[in-house]
Design a binder for this molecule. Structure first.
Ligand code: SF4
Ligand code: SF4
Length: 402
């Protein structure tokens, strides 16, 4: 039976303009989009989102504060009865900006930090961007704005996770969201930065250890929807809600179910991360958001769990958890393989391969064309797990899956 969609969370790219040049940016941000929404159009979007029943709107970019009217839009969101949060690269939060956020009623600002200074600056494409992000955290806190953090998990950032937690505790951060770097946008040009599926065997115990340590220090670690799934640490990572109560486990993609993405030129998707071409259901300049939400097929794919389960393929197609998980994050699967329904970043999957003495490796076979939210194509090589001290030859590919 189809799930009735009920909008909770909107992630809104206010502008594609950015003051960083991140080498792993999925939207290839930098310059604004050709025809970004005007202030009047944005305020109309706010009214439509409130009418649809949205509870929270997260403003992202690019860098949202580079729009002159960002705090006018934030205040309108709050005035309409919704929670407004922001996600920021943290390049330039001076006191005046922080006070504007506070005055607008912004509930929290999540600053992106992807490793300690060297790793972060390398990924962000700008020397000194780590120092700026850390300084922004301080400025925001001193102004009275709640600060959280978000980090990409990749070959560059993972060695720094312990030091990052120490930093966040020191900065009074209350929440830390981690998400896997996936090959979308500029990240598709750096496949060597991506974690391999078998790296999850080490990553997940580390994340569980960090989550436990963080909780004791008052920081709530929460895994993004593409940090998957169902291994022995699911309870530690997803079992405690932000309020510290309740039990959760991954319950499938929520694109178009409780989540909506708005792009700066008014394109509407079920999830902000999904590729624009395949998943845009319409534009606010052409149709009311409610009409897009109710009728666009591009937003409806996750609303029927049975149909979604039936379209799983590859390892996910035969998975024990398939009917609950439904192939994990649609975005992650799509940007690796060009279609959803088979998710390589899954702890359960890595463990099942390890049990059989195998591991999976992702190999890029097609480059990304070079437009926002684009992706290339990868294939999975299944190979014998490397035995300690064994020569390279023990990694011979034994089968390939598209
Ligand atoms: S293998 Fe696929 S369906 Fe199974 S838990 Fe992992 S992501 Fe979900
Ligand atoms: S595509 Fe991934 S990130 Fe987007 S809603 Fe689905 S699970 Fe979440």
């Amino acid at each position: 039976m189809a799930t009735s969609p009920s909008l909770v969370h909107v992630v809104w790219e206010l502008t594609l303009k950015c003051d960083l040049a991140c080498k792993h940016c999925g939207s290839r941000a930098g310059k604004p989009r050709a025809a970004e929404l005007t202030t009047a159009e944005c305020l109309d979007v706010v009214a439509q989102l409130a009418e649809l029943g949205a509870k929270e709107v997260s403003l992202i970019g690019g860098e949202a504060y580079l729009r002159e009217d960002w705090d006018v839009i934030a205040a309108a969101i709050v005035d309409a009865g919704m929670v407004c949060t922001m996600v920021s690269g943290g390049r330039s939060w001076d006191r005046e900006r922080a006070i504007r956020a506070l005055a607008a009623g912004v509930a929290s600002v999540s600053v992106s930090i992807d490793g300690m200074a060297r790793a972060h600056d390398e990924q962000r494409g700008l020397l000194g961007s780590f120092a700026s992000a850390v300084a922004s955290m301080r400025t925001l806190r001193e102004a009275g704005v709640e600060v959280t953090a978000n980090s990409q998990l990749n070959k560059r950032s993972v060695p720094d996770l312990d030091a990052m937690l120490d930093l966040f505790v020191d900065r009074g951060v209350t929440g830390w969201q981690v998400a896997m770097t996936v090959p979308m946008g500029r990240a598709a040009e750096r496949p060597e930065w991506l974690l391999q599926p078998h790296d999850l065997l080490e990553l997940f115990p580390k994340l569980a250890e960090l989550a436990t340590r963080a909780r004791a220090a008052g920081v709530h670690v929460f895994p993004g929807n593409n940090v998957g799934y169902f291994g022995p640490h699911e309870d530690t990572l997803r079992g405690v809600t932000f309020s510290g109560t309740g039990f959760e486990h991954f319950e499938g993609c929520v694109a178009g179910v409780s989540l909506l993405g708005v792009e700066a030129d008014g394109a509407i998707k079920g999830c902000p991360s999904l590729p624009t071409g395949a998943y845009t259901g319409g534009n606010v300049r052409e149709r009311p958001i409610r009409a897009i939400w109710d009728a666009a097929a591009e937003l409806a794919f996750a609303r029927d769990p049975r149909a979604m389960t039936s379209e799983l393929w590859g390892f996910c197609g035969g998975c024990y958890y398939a009917s609950v998980c439904r192939g994990g994050c649609s975005w992650t699967a799509h940007v690796f393989f060009g279609r959803r329904g088979n998710n390589p970043y899954c702890h359960h999957r890595a463990l099942e391969h390890a049990k059989a003495g195998l591991r999976e490796r992702l190999v890029q076979i097609e480059r990304a064309p070079g437009v926002p939210f684009d992706h290339g194509r990868f294939e999975v090589v299944v190979e014998r797990a490397q035995v300690d001290g064994a020569p390279e030859a023990s990694r011979d590919g034994i089968s390939r899956r598209p």
